[in-house]
Design a protein. Structure first.
Length: 428
């Protein structure tokens, strides 16, 4: 059997990568070592030698290229000029027109989802946390891949309609890049603040790498609507890929325009696929991990940031998951317990999706499990950037139904709905 189990209803909606969506990001010709800095300095000297006519022509070319596609262009270019000044110390006193042109030469447009748009997670929209007339508003996070196989995080908004259909809103007209800001709240020495200043809609916020630990990509955000004792917010985990290793980091946001990032420490720090439970259990936080790259583990933390030890929760059991077992997003609380969507890797490196049920009061107890995949690559889902893969980073529960966005072949995103009654009945 290929494709979904009969209890899964596929939607017609698909989200495909869009090369017209771009964002302005830093461009450093030659790198940041001594030779690279020498090249940057020589480039600055050439630009500084432009006469006024050349200056005007190049600025006009810049505005024609960028202003119709981006908001806040002037501020972005001036920030780049400030960064040049921090490196070389020769820019701050220049006229604004010269600083703008220098900023433009050391910036580039980046098509952040030109190659792929996949591995979605989904949460209720912060402006619409409850259903309205049977309609559920949501925010979808997606992994976009652009030039250089660099992964970023982008967002979409949409509606799960009362008739079960799904629609996704057209994204905003511009992409707004992340800017390091002053940390507000949730603060310690390792917290950084990221602001997508000027984003009118969450779909305009683009999270591309801003730290050395993320320099080769931000991958697979697993979001959950998180309840602290004093408030509800949104917290997620993602894989930060750096020059030497991949590691786990946390992200928190209230509005999907301003974000805090924090590294994970302990046994889960250097593993992929960490997913948080959406609330504390007594005095501890819980998460699903795969620190041995093979099995599912239940880990705990006192502070949300340090995760040591853990209990092995489940091992590969069925043929479709013989290589490895992992999660497909944060556990979801339903009447019967905690629903954990999983992925398994089997023959010919096929990625399939499954599900488990954990005890509500003691999630270390596995009380149900699908013997067959919930969704596996069908004939129409085999081809793409990485063949034979279906995968998700999270789903949404409404009543006794599940909305499950999932990726096809590391390429594009599809949507399915699932009856929880039938899903639980299928578990052994």
């Amino acid at each position: 059997m290929t494709g979904p189990l009969p209890l899964v209803s596929l939607q017609k909606l698909e989200l495909h990568p869009d090369p017209t969506r771009t964002v302005i990001r830093p461009f450093w010709p030659g790198g940041s070592d001594e030779a690279g800095r020498a090249r940057i300095k020589a480039t600055v000297e050439r630009i500084m030698a432009f006469d006024d006519d050349a200056l005007v022509r190049q600025l006009d070319r810049t505005w024609r290229s960028l202003e119709a596609r981006h908001s806040g262009t002037r501020a972005a270019l001036l920030r780049r000029a400030d960064e040049l000044d921090e490196m070389l110390g020769c820019v701050a006193g220049l006229p604004e027109s010269r600083r703008l042109l220098l900023g433009a030469y050391f910036s580039a447009e980046y098509a952040f989802e030109a190659a792929a748009l996949f591995n979605p997670s989904i949460v209720r929209h912060p402006d619409h946390p409850e259903d309205e007339d049977g309609e559920t508003r949501f925010i979808l996070s997606l992994r976009g891949i652009g030039e250089g196989h660099l992964s970023s995080v982008t967002f979409r908004t949409g509606t799960w309609h009362k008739d079960g259909s799904v629609s996704v809103d057209a994204p905003g007209p511009t992409g707004v890049p992340p800017v390091l800001g002053e940390v507000r709240g949730w603060k310690d020495a390792q917290t950084i603040q990221i602001d997508c200043t000027g984003a009118c809609d969450p779909s305009e916020a683009v999270l591309f790498p801003v730290l050395a630990s993320q320099s080769r990509g931000i991958e697979d955000l697993r979001l959950t609507r998180f309840t602290f004792p004093d408030r509800t917010t949104y917290v997620g985990t993602y894989t930060a890929v750096g020059p030497e290793r991949a590691c786990q980091e946390l992200i928190q946001t209230d509005d999907f325009r301003s974000f805090k990032m924090h590294p994970v420490a302990g046994d889960l720090a250097n593993a992929k696929g960490m997913a948080l439970f959406p609330r504390k259990f007594g005095e501890r936080y819980l998460a699903i991990g795969r620190q041995d790259n093979e099995n599912l583990w239940l880990a705990s933390s006192e502070d949300l940031f340090t995760w040591d030890g853990g209990t092995k929760l489940a091992t590969p059991t069925y043929p479709w998951e013989s290589i490895q077992l992992g999660n497909c997003g944060s556990p979801l609380e339903i009447e019967e317990g905690w629903l954990l969507l999983t992925h398994g890797v089997g023959v010919m490196r096929n990625y399939c999706m499954g599900a488990m049920l954990l005890d509500r009061d003691d999630p270390s107890k596995l009380i149900g499990r699908l013997a067959e995949p919930l969704i596996e690559p069908g004939d129409s889902e085999r081809d793409g950037y990485v063949p034979n893969v279906v995968y998700s980073c999270g789903a949404l529960v409404r009543g006794r139904n599940l909305l499950l966005p999932y990726a096809v072949a590391d390429d594009y995103t599809r949507f399915a709905t699932v009856s929880l009654d039938r899903l639980v009945a299928e578990m052994a």
